[in-house]
Design a protein around this ligand. Structure first.
Ligand SMILES: Cc1ncc(COP(=O)(O)O)c(C=O)c1O
Length: 392
């Protein structure tokens, strides 16, 4: 089967109505929100068309045997994770799941920083106290800092794995150590694994609930088809457990199902059952884009430092060598007309950084880098040659 991942032109992308493309003027190349620009997987598009043709746009509901079975099959095939379909609950999206679950579990919530910005903004807005723990130089969680937080009373660890924005996949020994610590300190783990289907060749994701008995005893997983299959606006994610005490708590959130979107449920069922070939093609494209980005950065912006992500289409770029201040994204947007996600939104360790989204066509990845280069080109005095001069 030939899978068409051609990305529309910039002008066509700007006709899309979602936040990513609707927010900026037409001359801006957008590389912000974590969505890819590829056409939908054909079976998913067909399922959505079919639902509209049936006039089937009513409420979703909590009985989701087909979605639970589809997700369990996907988890087994792609992540070697045995999911009990009886322990899968429908929630509107991962962030609503995180917000409600952390409220139910109580106490403050620890997570790694840099962090997905809604951890820092939305969780306090719904009344959670948050404790951001800076990642160490290797991108790993600082176990000593965590231990101190737990000793001081923090009862929940929110673990984004694969991590956004770094794209790091936590290795099994690190997960095992965390599980032992959390079990010993009686801390709950809310594992946000929304990027897990997007692990790139060369890395392996270990789902939290597949780590160990200790991890299952204290852990909840939240994930969805939305990042890997571009369905974020359809609002359907799953909460998964693998122990009696977690199952009992997840069941208390059953009411969330009615706030999910039926189209999201239908699309996720098809994505999880018929989406593998499309997803494989996407992963190959993302791996090629990651390599392309690496070559272009090395050639055109050698002062930018980064660790190529092991998962996702997100690149966390340390731009401090460019001298653009704490928020380089502002200069890139203003002078280069490329919108990148501003590092400071990801917490204090994000100063001087941007997050670039390479889930698009290779020509647009190249254009992003050129626009970043253009940001550093001085206004040319009239007497200078026609060559633009880069200050970098
Ligand atoms: C780590 C992480 N968690 C949660 C979300 C949001 O997921 P949802 O749209 O299902 O709330 C994202 C979106 O990019 C993410 O990167």
């Amino acid at each position: 089967m030939v899978i068409d991942l051609r990305v529309p032109t910039l002008a066509e992308l700007h006709t899309r109505r979602g936040e990513k493309w609707d927010l900026h003027p037409p001359d801006v190349l957008v590389s912000t929100i974590a969505e890819m620009d590829f056409p939908l997987a054909p079976p998913v598009a067909a399922a959505l068309h079919a639902a509209v043709d049936r006039h089937d746009l009513g409420y979703a509901h909590a009985r989701i045997p087909r979605l639970a079975a589809a997700f369990a099959g996907f988890a087994q095939r792609r992540l070697s994770w045995a999911v009990d379909p009886e322990q899968v609950w429908l929630v509107p999206d991962v962030m609503v799941g995180v917000g409600e679950l952390t409220g139910l579990l109580g106490g403050s919530v620890a997570f790694a920083a840099p962090a997905y910005p809604p951890f820092l903004a939305e969780l306090p807005a719904v009344g959670r106290e948050v404790r951001a723990v800076p990642l160490d130089d290797d991108g790993a969680l600082d176990i000593d800092r965590l231990r101190a937080l737990f000793a001081a009373g923090t009862r929940v660890l929110l673990l984004a794995n694969p991590h956004n924005p770094t794209g790091r996949v936590l290795p099994r020994p690190e997960l095992e150590r965390l599980a032992e610590l959390c079990a010993a300190e009686d801390v709950w783990v809310v594992a946000d694994e929304i990027h897990a289907p997007l692990v790139l060749p060369g890395a392996m994701h270990v789902p939290w609930l597949a780590v160990s008995d200790a991890a299952r005893h204290c852990g909840f997983a939240l994930t969805s088809a939305s990042k890997a299959f571009n369905l974020a606006g359809l609002k359907a994610a799953v909460l998964v457990t693998a122990a009696e005490r977690t199952r009992e708590r997840a069941a208390r959130l059953g009411w969330l199902a009615e706030h999910a979107g039926l189209l999201g449920v239908l699309a996720a069922e098809v994505a999880f059952t018929e989406g593998d070939a499309w997803l494989d093609a996407v992963l190959a494209r993302l791996a090629a884009n990651r390599d392309l980005l690496g070559r272009l950065l090395a050639a055109r912006l050698p002062a930018v430092r980064w660790t190529p992500p092991q998962a996702t289409y997100l690149a966390w770029l340390d731009c401090r060598g460019l001298g653009l201040g704490d928020d380089p994204a502002a200069a890139f947007l203003d002078r280069g007309r490329v919108a990148l996600a501003p590092g400071p939104d990801y917490g204090a360790p994000g100063a001087g950084h941007v997050r670039l989204n390479f889930g698009t066509g290779p020509e647009l990845v190249a254009e992003m880098v050129e626009r970043m280069v253009r940001t550093g080109q001085r206004e040319r005095p009239p007497e200078e040659s026609s060559e633009g001069r880069s200050t970098w």
